[in-house]
Design a binder for this molecule. Structure first.
Ligand code: NAD
Ligand code: MG
Length: 398
């Protein structure tokens, strides 16, 4: 028996794609990890199932409406000692509990920002999947992590790959010799679609990603290349590199998860099967390594790796992200909020796919200059204003 104390974990967004993969890796190592808290947004039965397996002390819902249902289902399962809570404060509470060592931040969208920020302030080991936190509040979040003494481990596969290929600790000193980072992009399900074809794609087509199985929002973002744009902004903050040192390379096989180019001409890459359990296991175990349940990479079966230039004429969302970084201030937060509204409307069938980029651009140009990005309140106000303008844009359109 190991005498090492177990690492105690809160999984924010445990019922989602990243959350489920996180619990899969954790279940492979019961000697190393212990789940303290789980959270979901109304997937009560899934949450109960996860509670049965992982026996957390807390189960948290995003809203209060199904708290009674969760309590009675937990009681029926013999788990009445699990404390049920709901709401943003409850999420912040489980992200900052003194007995918690690590927080997996896997809520989707801006809704994840407050609890993720709270975990960073509290100096937790933060496993960061929720990229929208960095897009919305990159500078504030990085400052909070530094001041709180948090350990930040990127879970987004590209950023995890870059983290693995960078010298550690990375501070962009001249002697470290990093010239630029190369973010790989699969190109999504519509890589070869013409603008005419893109105008009529359906939500069902958009969520069918060729290589990765993910939540619906990020799948649509991958199809529009907004996801790669959000990742450029994420990388800018995580690695403190200006946008001109961040390049995007379309690589349809998704085997190289990203690369770092050095001044001596070396390019380091991290490769693997497209399975999020690899970056999740890396984040859980760092600086050690643990089995993730991922099949070994079979290079003979893959046989070839291809690379293409991204096409920002057909996929303008990627260019919008670079523009948001150039505009700075509240622009990335506004872009993120507009995009969340646009994607929800596209999934609901009230907005065309090509209109996602149009809406994002208009809202970003119109709303960003009015807001202050130096305070959380300013960013939250920018987010709310962007959502309002986006809603109006959509109702005028339809
Ligand atoms: P998902 O939709 O599958 O899961 C989202 C989780 O957040 C669920 O547990 C859901 O219940 C919860 N949630 C949703 N709305 C909420 C709200 N308002 N308040 C509180 N909780 C809420 O999403 P996902 O694919 O697991 O992605 C999660 C995050 O990880 C996203 O930020 C995404 O960009 C990032 N990410 C995901 C992948 C992937 O492979 N899925 C890869 C890289 C990064
Ligand atoms: Mg990614």
């Amino acid at each position: 028996l190991s005498t090492m104390p177990k690492c105690s974990i809160t999984v924010l967004g445990s019922t989602g794609s990243i959350g489920v993969n996180t619990l899969d890796v954790i279940a492979r190592h019961p000697d190393k990890y212990q789940v303290v808290a789980l959270s979901g947004n109304g997937q009560v039965d899934k949450l109960v199932e996860q509670c049965l397996l992982h026996k957390p002390r807390y189960a948290v819902l995003a809203t209060v409406d199904r708290v009674a249902e969760l309590r009675s289902k937990l009681a029926a399962a013999g788990l009445s000692d699990i404390e049920v809570m709901a709401g943003l404060e409850a999420l912040e509470h489980i992200a900052t509990l003194p007995e918690v060592d690590a927080v997996m931040a896997a809520i989707v969208g801006a809704a994840g920002m407050r609890p993720t920020l709270a975990a960073a302030r509290q100096g937790k080991r933060v496993l960061l999947a929720n990229k929208e936190t960095l897009v919305m509040a990159g500078r504030l979040f990085m400052d909070a992590a530094r001041e709180g003494g948090a350990t930040l481990l990127p879970i987004d596969s590209e950023h995890n790959a870059i983290y693995q290929c960078l010298p550690q600790p990375f501070s962009d000193q001249a002697g470290q010799g990093v010239r630029r980072i190369l973010l790989t992009a699969s190109g999504g399900p519509f890589r070869h679609f013409s603008s005419e074809q893109l105008a009529v794609v359906t939500p069902e087509q958009a969520v069918k990603h060729p290589n990765w199985s993910m939540g619906r929002k990020i799948s649509v973002d991958s199809a529009s290349l907004m996801n790669k744009g959000l990742e450029v902004i994420e990388a800018r903050w995580l690695f403190n590199l200006p946008p001109e040192r961040i390049s995007v390379v379309v690589h349809p096989q998704s085997v190289i998860h990203s690369m770092v180019e050095y001044v001596d001409g070396s390019v380091l890459a991290q490769l693997g099967n497209p399975d999020m359990r690899t970056p999740i296991a890396y984040g859980l175990a760092w600086p050690e390594r643990i089995d993730a349940g991922v099949a070994a990479l079979d290079l003979f079966q893959i046989a070839r790796l291809d690379f293409e230039q991204p096409d920002t004429a057909r996929f303008p969302c990627l260019a919008l992200a670079f523009e948001a970084l150039r505009m700075a201030g509240a622009a990335p937060a506004v872009l993120n909020a507009a995009n969340e509204v646009a994607v929800a409307a596209f999934l609901a069938g009230t907005l065309g796919f090509a209109d996602i980029a149009r809406l994002n651009e208009q809202v970003m140009q119109q709303v960003s200059p009015d807001f202050d990005a130096n305070t959380l309140d300013g960013l939250i106000a920018a987010d709310a204003a962007a959502r309002g303008v986006a809603d109006t844009w959509i109702s005028r359109r339809s």
